[in-house]
Write a protein that binds this ligand. Structure first.
Ligand code: NAD
Ligand code: UGA
Length: 458
């Protein structure tokens, strides 16, 4: 039996440890956090995050071999393997502000591990970090007077929110990076041994530390780049009469390109894509690779322009003014099947519409609480309504901002009757049946598609 500890009970720490606990009943897994409220929620019937399949796994493992606690020091002392899954936000001050990773939480954690250890341990980087962070971690941990040895291993997490449990249960790959020393190789093997309980060996890939750290940043940059690429083409579709769904399908049929991540949208959100690309940009600039930095930065510029374009299209279609008009925003989460609203394009669009003095009502099946928090002061100007029918009542427009299936199954005839006329739908996710909605009477504007309106000029 091994004592496994995870520091950081967030979107990564909670679900990953729950899946490890499920498949490794012989190990004792403890998840700790400085946030008492979060730990209390993990111990309760209402888990702090919404993730399909998570409740079942936590219920079947909690208080058996999965524990949640705020007693960080005690559990560090008892642990053999420590996964560190704390947040690594962007630095908001000093050198690298707005781009570099803020590693203060990370370093504090390393020092805390050192202060509370009296036996050798394997420390696993689960958080996404700049390349060569493991080196700094090694220096701090191995600077102790007691000659305790710590091995640092990189095991980046590739799960996506909304499919976290499936991604953990059936990962495309598990990446484990470590030192090429005998002790480093033993540490890698200890982590491999955890995953082989349920992941086929051929999907477990071991590398050196720096390749593992960089692969995580690169994977996120490639994924975000695909979204920006298809969104760039969607802008051209709107000018030329091409249809982005047809174009995406046509190019995705090429096996070298593949069909995934080609859904045009109001842009990517979530806590990681923007942060990780900015981090990559900062690293490139640090190493004097200015053209490489500019290349990746453009992925973010494109994402921001897609959101701005969507808002402009809403304003111009609604006769160049939305001041005082009620607009129902369907979706606050940054993607479907999560309650997470961090960096959600829906909230960016909400803020832009508020600046135009629109009356905003947001409806979302799971993310309203987080939306209220993440909107900050702006939340005071917004109405939150869990019932999408009530949200649309007397509204001039509906904007689909998250691709929840929930919004595709509504009775849009009823909704149409309750709205101000002419009634508009702006489909920022291309999930609705546009022809059907047009037949009901709506004027439809979708991403990368010709508008379907009832105005004679169109
Ligand atoms: P999160 O903010 O949801 O959770 C991090 C947790 O760490 C918080 O609960 C915070 O209170 C806790 N914490 C911070 N400092 C601590 C300390 N010193 N001691 C104990 N607890 C501490 O973040 P997250 O979304 O789980 O992301 C964690 C890391 O994983 C980030 O580096 C992120 O880039 C990476 N990642 C996230 C995802 C995702 O889908 N969210 C996927 C892959 C990788
Ligand atoms: C992403 C990666 O997919 C994970 O592999 C990675 O572990 C994680 O980031 C991370 O490091 O945090 P996540 O952000 O949870 O996962 O969700 P994605 O499915 O990647 O979607 C990201 C954003 O892109 C969402 O806003 C989504 O709506 C948008 N998107 C995605 C599109 O607009 N179009 C697409 O075709 C795909």
């Amino acid at each position: 039996m091994a004592n496994i500890l995870c520091i950081g009970a967030g979107y990564v720490g909670g679900p990953t440890m729950a899946v490890i606990a499920k498949h490794c009943p012989q190990h004792r897994i403890v998840v700790v956090d400085i946030n008492e409220e979060r730990i209390a929620a993990w111990q309760s019937e209402h888990l702090p995050i919404y993730e399909p399949g998570l409740d079942e796994i936590v219920h079947s493992t909690r208080n058996k071999n999965l524990l949640f606690s705020t007693e960080i020091n005690r559990h560090i002392a008892e642990a053999d393997i420590i996964f560190v899954s704390v947040n690594t936000p962007i630095k908001s001050f000093g050198q690298g502000a707005g781009k570099a990773a803020d590693l203060q939480f990370w370093e504090k954690t390393a020092r805390q591990i050192l202060e509370n250890s009296s036996s050798p341990k394997i420390v696993v980087e689960k958080s996404t970090l700049p390349v060569r962070t493991a080196e700094a971690m090694e220096y701090i941990l191995n600077s102790n007077a007691n000659r305790l040895h710590f091995d640092v291993v990189s095991n980046p997490e590739f799960l996506a929110e909304g499919t976290a449990i499936r991604d953990m249960e059936e990962p495309n790959r598990v990446l484990i990076g470590g030192r090429e020393t005998p002790s480093g190789q033993r540490a890698i093997q200890a982590i491999v041994d955890i995953y082989t309980h349920w992941v086929p060996k051929e999907r477990i890939f071991t590398t050196n530390l720096w390749s593992s750290e960089l692969s995580k940043l690169a994977a996120n940059a490639f994924l975000a780049q695909r979204v920006s690429s298809i969104n760039a083409i969607s802008a051209l579709c709107e000018k030329t009469g091409a249809d982005i769904s047809e174009v995406a399908h046509a190019i995705g049929l090429d096996k070298r390109i593949g069909p995934h991540f080609l859904r045009a949208s109001i842009g990517f959100g979530g806590s990681c894509f923007r942060k990780d690309i900015l981090n990559l940009v900062y690293l490139c600039q640090y190493y004097g690779l200015d053209e490489v930095a500019a290349y990746w930065e453009q992925v973010i510029t494109m994402n921001e322009s897609q959101q701005a374009r969507f808002v402009s299209s809403m304003i111009s279609s609604m006769f160049n003014t939305i001041a005082g008009k009620r607009i129902a925003l369907y979706g606050a989460a940054f993607k479907a099947n999560t309650s997470d609203t961090r960096e959600s394009p829906a909230l960016a669009i909400c803020r832009a519409l508020l600046e135009e003095r629109a009356k905003i009502v947001i409806s979302d099946p799971h993310a309203l609480d987080n939306a209220r928090i993440d909107l900050g002061d702006a939340a005071r100007q917004v109405m939150f309504e869990s019932d999408p029918y009530a949200a649309a009542k007397e509204a001039h427009a509906i904007a689909i901002l998250t691709e929840w299936v929930h919004f595709t199954t509504l009775n849009y005839e009823t909704i149409y009757r309750s709205m101000a006329k002419p009634a508009f739908i702006f489909d920022g996710r291309n999930t609705l049946d546009h022809k059907k909605l047009h037949a009901i009477g709506f004027n439809i504007y979708a991403i990368g598609k010709p508008p379907l309106t009832h105005f004679s000029a169109s």
